[in-house]
Design a protein around this ligand. Structure first.
Ligand code: NCD
Ligand code: ZN
Length: 337
């Protein structure tokens, strides 16, 4: 096959930032995707209806209307009242919970995740059908953080059976195994975690542009993620976690966490599914499953890729912002038409 058309591809976990960085990166997603779940970890975090509405407007202003792109907004998890959630419900698609201090701009996150103290907000979310997205890491040893968090997912899924819980950017076989154990647990998987392991980050020369939270794990973890993605498992969706940081913040002593994949995600996914002879399942991973899980309608937007060489730029820039994508300067085998 040398041409493929995908309908309404969605990126269910995306960082668009703000100001010049927003203007730089948003068009790179809106060009190829029909919509995306927008992360709320701005400074300050998105935690009011006003902040949600204004951020959505800034996103829409930063992209071409003809791209027909829908930003699905989220709130940063805090203890919210039911009254507030009723008021904001139509403006958001989910609420994102971060353990305090676990990743970029998460200091306002939850200090201890216990089902009792979170119950008022989580019960209200379940009643109002607002999904909970979770950054699932403890502050333990870096390679064990996600695995250690599994007991928290278990407690949340058991205590709030009507709440849809999305395990964001899963990186371990343990997380994959949770999907079949709890009806109300779902997951997003990034592009980079389908491809790299810790070896690619730190096994040779240190690769700052592949450093992210959660850190890439072992080959058997990567293979477990790849298996469910390739089979179009109904509980997993593509969420790039494309997380741009300025070039100087990545190529630094004290490298910021995040891999910037927005401009190459679709092309590399096609290549990956093709390599494994599973192209027929890509539509599920990129759109159909997300529509089911989030109860959203696919848009009429289609995107066609052709099998032609595409050289990834070594950086993208706008005004004084410059950001380096994964696979910078590499040759990819599929190109967006
Ligand atoms: C994300 C960011 O930079 O906002 N970083 C990352 O490494 N993935 C935050 C996050 O999703 O953890
Ligand atoms: Zn993220």
């Amino acid at each position: 096959m040398n041409k493929i058309t995908l309908t309404s591809p969605f990126d269910m976990h995306l960082h668009l930032r703000d100001a010049d960085m927003l203007n730089l990166v948003a068009p790179l997603t809106s060009k190829t995707f029909a919509g995306a779940i927008i992360m709320p970890n701005l400074v300050p975090v998105v935690d009011t209806k006003k902040a949600v509405v204004e951020y959505r407007n800034r996103i829409l202003e930063s992209i071409d209307e003809k791209d027909n792109f829908t930003p699905f907004m989220t709130l940063f998890f805090k203890p919210y009242t039911k009254e507030f959630l009723e008021e904001v419900k139509d403006d958001i698609s989910a609420i994102k919970l971060y353990p305090a201090g676990i990743t970029t701009n998460s200091d306002d996150g939850v200090q201890t995740i216990d089902t009792e103290s979170l119950a008022p907000t989580l019960n209200a979310m379940a009643e109002l059908n607002i999904p909970l997205c979770v950054h699932g890491e403890t502050n333990g040893f870096v390679m064990d953080r996600e695995q250690e968090f599994m007991s928290v997912y278990e407690a949340l899924a058991t205590a709030f059976p009507k709440l849809k819980i999305i395990m964001e950017h899963i990186t371990t076989k343990d997380a994959v195994d949770m999907l079949d154990r709890f009806e109300n647990l779902y997951a997003t998987i990034t592009l980079h975690h389908l491809i790299i392991t810790l070896d690619d980050v730190a096994g040779g020369m240190l690769q700052p542009h592949l450093f992210c939270k959660p850190i890439a794990k072992r080959p058997h973890d990567r293979d477990a993620l790849l298996k469910v993605a390739l089979e179009g498992h109904p509980k997993v969706m593509f969420g790039s976690d494309s997380a741009p940081h300025p070039k100087h913040a990545k190529e630094a002593c004290g490298c910021a966490a995040g891999v910037f994949t927005a401009p190459i995600a679709i092309q590399v996914l096609v290549e990956l599914f093709e390599q494994h002879n599973r192209l027929e399942n890509l539509q599920k991973f990129l759109s159909d499953n997300a529509c089911e899980i989030y109860n959203i309608k696919p848009s009429s937007k289609t995107i066609t890729l052709v099998k032609e060489d595409f050289k990834v730029p070594n950086f993208y820039e706008f005004k004084r912002e410059r950001v380096v994508p994964m696979y910078a300067e590499k040759q990819l085998s599929w190109k967006v038409l």
